[in-house]
Design a protein. Structure first.
Length: 401
């Protein structure tokens, strides 16, 4: 067990889950991650292993066949998995967000239909807000759902769906006209539609096309896709929660837990980078001694470890806040912002410690160097986190003059 990133006050059950996941990561993920990533290959065997461990149902309530664990347990598992390979944490992240949105906002029929199969990993979730022309500015969405009898007809183009090809249930955010006349505030005229589909690419359901994988600089293995809706018919009972106009709020709730999750990924990737850096620094000799004995390198290691500790503490704090039922937008925004920035810095320091070898695809740090930037963008960029943090601070510290 590492000295860094420890979490006080965990129950025996939480400790057991984490030690099982850590063991799985060390034995089943780390040895194959870099090879699979270079081939951009989907980690089918690893995903089967995660299913067996019950990780797809970790936070799904026990009454639906899940383990009913907290956001904290989930985030700590994500941290472990990202330490092995960030792409694997991406595979469960969108699944987890959709399961969370169903648990919090779904009708009883929707929960009964999807959650038990999601807990087993038979139904796999993806969520879709972004479009080609927008990511940060969610209120500008143009995809539209129009009511026709007992159905909605969906049209529009979506972008950047993590697990777009492998998922079988996509929570899609659209503007909806029903009951929301022209002039209704953007965030009050959006609806989340639960879209079931076949896994794969091409026309996966009449009116719904997943064109293919987007070729990315990193975060490979996991598929990221577009989604095109052209007259897609969705039964009215697949409006999340049964009421239109709640989609923006539902998605923001999902993204808030997703932010803790991205922070946890940043922590995991940073920990791995530190492990690689501290190990290499004791093996590589220059000027007659291991580079770890040069003060400049020791200082780097000290800074890296401090960042790993700080990011972990903020991530745990944000998860605990949400678990306590309190609003955690401030803490989640801060944790996501800090953990992703620190992750990028720790990875870069580990890369520098590796000298020229860091640039070689034979070394794991090369993969981490291409993965870390994704965390600066996903679930809201650093600028968007700072906007959320700033607004919340002005609410909390309102001038009472
Ligand atoms: C690998 C990957 C996976 C993804 N997975 C998903 C997914 O599963 N589902 C999904 O819905 N989306 C997903 N996304 C999309 C992601 O959420 C968006 O890329 C992100 O929100 C940024 O949006 P954008 O790319 O449109 O950038 P833009 O919104 O165009 O922003 C461009 C730049 O301008 C800055 N900016 C924007 N507005 C402001 C402002 N008001 N003030 C200051 N600066 C500003 C941004 O911070 C950024 O630096 C994924 C993205 C990637 C790269």
């Amino acid at each position: 067990m590492s000295r860094l990133a420890q979490t006080a006050g965990l129950t025996d059950v939480q400790q057991e889950i984490l030690s099982t996941v850590r063991d799985f990561v060390d034995k089943e993920i780390i040895p194959v991650a870099t090879q699979l990533e270079h081939r951009d290959e989907y980690p089918t065997e690893i995903v089967e292993g995660l299913k067996e461990l019950g990780l797809f149902g970790l936070m799904i309530p026990e009454e639906y066949g899940g383990l009913g664990e907290s956001l904290l347990t989930y985030a700590l598992c994500v941290e472990e998995i990202a330490r092995g390979w960030m792409s694997v944490s991406g595979i469960i992240n969108t699944h987890f967000i959709v399961a969370y949105m169903l648990k919090q906002h779904g009708t009883q029929e929707q929960k009964d239909t999807f959650l038990p199969r999601m807990a087993l990993g038979e139904v796999r979730g993806a969520f879709s807000m972004s479009e080609p022309a927008l990511g940060s500015d969610v209120s500008a969405i143009t995809s539209k759902g129009v009511r026709e009898g007992d159905e909605y007809i969906l049209n529009g183009q979506k972008m950047w769906l993590t697990n777009g090809g492998t998922s079988t249930l996509v929570a899609v955010l659209c503007r909806s006209d029903e009951g929301h006349p022209e002039g209704t505030a953007a965030h009050k005229s959006m609806t989340t539609f639960l879209v079931e589909k076949e896994a794969g690419f091409g026309e996966v359901r009449p009116g719904l096309t997943i064109p293919g994988k987007i070729d990315k600089m990193g975060y490979k293995g996991v598929d990221t896709t577009e989604l095109i809706m052209d007259g897609l018919r969705i039964p009215a009972n697949r409006v999340l929660g049964g009421t239109t106009g709640r989609g923006f709020y539902q998605m923001m709730d999902g993204v808030e837990v997703g932010r803790v999750n991205v922070a946890a990924r940043g922590c995991g990737v940073a920990q791995r980078a530190f492990e690689l850096g501290v190990s290499y620094a004791q093996q590589r000799q220059t000027f007659g001694k291991p580079i770890a004995q040069h003060q400049a390198i020791q200082f780097k290691l000290a800074e890296m470890a401090t960042k790993v500790e700080a990011a972990h503490a903020m991530m745990v704090n944000a998860a605990r806040k949400k678990d306590s039922g309190e609003r955690n937008d401030l803490e989640a925004g801060m944790a996501k912002y800090l953990a992703s920035e620190y992750c990028k810095e720790v990875v870069e320091d580990a890369f520098r410690i590796h000298g020229g070898y860091g640039f070689s695809k034979e070394y794991e740090i090369e993969r981490l160097y291409r993965e870390a930037p994704m965390l600066l963008i996903g679930e809201g960029t650093a600028e968007i986190q700072k906007m959320i943090i700033g607004r919340r601070l002005l609410e909390e510290y309102r001038f009472q003059g």
